[in-house]
Design a protein around this ligand. Structure first.
Ligand code: ATP
Ligand code: MG
Length: 377
């Protein structure tokens, strides 16, 4: 069992200097709109995986009036206390210390696993492919730290390769320049695709069952990886196919000055009864599919790691109808890990139903204005 015990922050988003202590089971973060509830969840997510779920740009996380931020979290894992400290200053690198040892942000394991539920999850099912690739990347790297390293290397190779394509040299010269990059691109690209396909298979198993429970119908949710590269059982065969496809596409790439094949262009097709959710599903079906994916992630993580991730539920209850709300509440009631729920409206009835010890924190303009604790019985 593990949980986040304390968090202190300085200059993060709309917060000045603020210390939080949390309940191991349930934390309710209340306050009117635009007071800092989501910002608090974002800071918890940031110390867990040193990334935000809202932006790639660290400078956006710095308080408008400041020149940097720091986050310090203490979490309990197997009865031992651990500390993680993150500092960021404008124009310098992010510094991360785990138990006082400096660590590299791309090599370190997540301090603790967190899964965010938010109304924004709807975008995964209803918007363009880049948001689904981000979902795939986050989920695959949560399950396998080498994925993140491969992804970073792939992006570096892709950038270099695109630079060569933009040089507008003649085709013979270009072939010489490109061939070393092509081998690295195909090798790393195939690794990424295979990890994503594996992850999707496992996630589908979980999400499919949950989707049926949530929607109370026989409709079937399925996940299909749509790739620009043909899938083969043997990775070497896939690499060869990718490499040959690159050669055959050279002219197109030279016309468009960019790499037109690879996992950076792939997509995840989320289907209900074989039809694309994005194109055909109703608003309610889309919400149910998005929730089933998130709950599926939790199930998958627990299956592979046998510990419950910390759940960050940002204002989710406002989005669902009574049935789905009840389903989510039953899930949370039985959940053994730590949960954070934010809401701009009163959640007292729901909190009573969850029957857990809890802490309720009220936030106003980036400060705690009140805290209460409850025993849950
Ligand atoms: P809602 O109930 O509407 O979701 P919230 O409490 O979740 O509200 P947050 O998203 O946490 O609100 O944002 C709180 C405030 O933080 C907003 O007014 C936003 O403008 C402000 N904010 C965001 N980034 C920064 C920043 N870098 N510096 C200062 N303030 C910021
Ligand atoms: Mg919010």
């Amino acid at each position: 069992m593990f949980y986040l015990d304390h968090l202190s922050m300085e200059g993060f988003r709309n917060y000045g200097s603020q210390l939080f202590s949390f309940n191991p089971k349930l934390n309710i973060i209340c306050g009117a709109n635009a007071q800092g509830k989501t910002n608090l969840l974002e800071s918890i997510f940031f110390i867990s995986v040193n990334r935000s779920f809202r932006t790639r740009k660290e400078q956006e996380l710095v308080n408008f009036k400041g020149d940097g931020f720091s986050l310090k979290g203490n979490y309990i894992k197997d009865c031992f206390k651990h500390a993680i400290q993150i500092n960021y200053r404008h124009n310098s690198r992010l510094s991360i210390k785990a138990n006082n040892d400096q660590v590299n942000r791309y090599d370190c394991m997540p301090a603790f696993p967190t899964i965010v539920f938010s109304p924004e999850d709807l975008k995964i099912v209803s918007e363009g492919p880049s948001i689904r690739r981000r979902f795939l990347n986050l989920e695959a790297s949560r399950l396998d730290i080498t994925y993140l390293k491969d992804l970073r290397d792939y992006q570096r190779v892709l950038n270099q390769r695109n630079k060569v394509l933009k040089q507008k040299s003649n085709i013979n010269k270009i072939n010489d320049y490109l061939s070393p990059w092509d081998r690295s691109l195909t090798n790393l690209g195939v690794k990424l695709i295979r990890s994503r396909v594996e992850m999707i298979k496992a996630l589908q198993k979980e999400a499919k069952v949950i989707f049926n429970q949530l929607s109370d119908t026989e409709e079937e949710l399925s996940l299909e990886y749509e790739s620009t590269i043909r899938y083969f059982d043997e990775p070497e065969e896939m690499e060869e196919q990718f490499y040959n496809d690159l050669l055959n596409n050279r002219e197109q790439e030279l016309k468009r000055y960019s790499t037109l094949l690879g996992p950076h262009l792939d997509d995840l097709n989320i289907k209900i009864n074989g039809n694309s959710t994005r194109v055909f599903a109703s608003q309610g079906q889309k919400r149910t599919a998005a929730l089933a994916l998130r709950m599926g992630e939790v199930g998958l993580y627990m299956k592979q790691n046998s510990i419950p991730p910390i759940l960050l539920l940002d204002d989710v209850f406002s989005e669902f109808d009574a049935d789905r709300k009840q389903h989510l509440l039953s899930f949370l009631r039985n959940y053994s890990g730590q949960c954070f729920l934010t809401s701009a409206v009163d959640l007292d009835t729901m909190v009573n139903y969850l029957n857990k010890s809890y802490k309720k924190i009220i936030i106003k303009q980036g400060s705690i204005i009140d805290e209460t604790v409850g025993t849950g019985d």
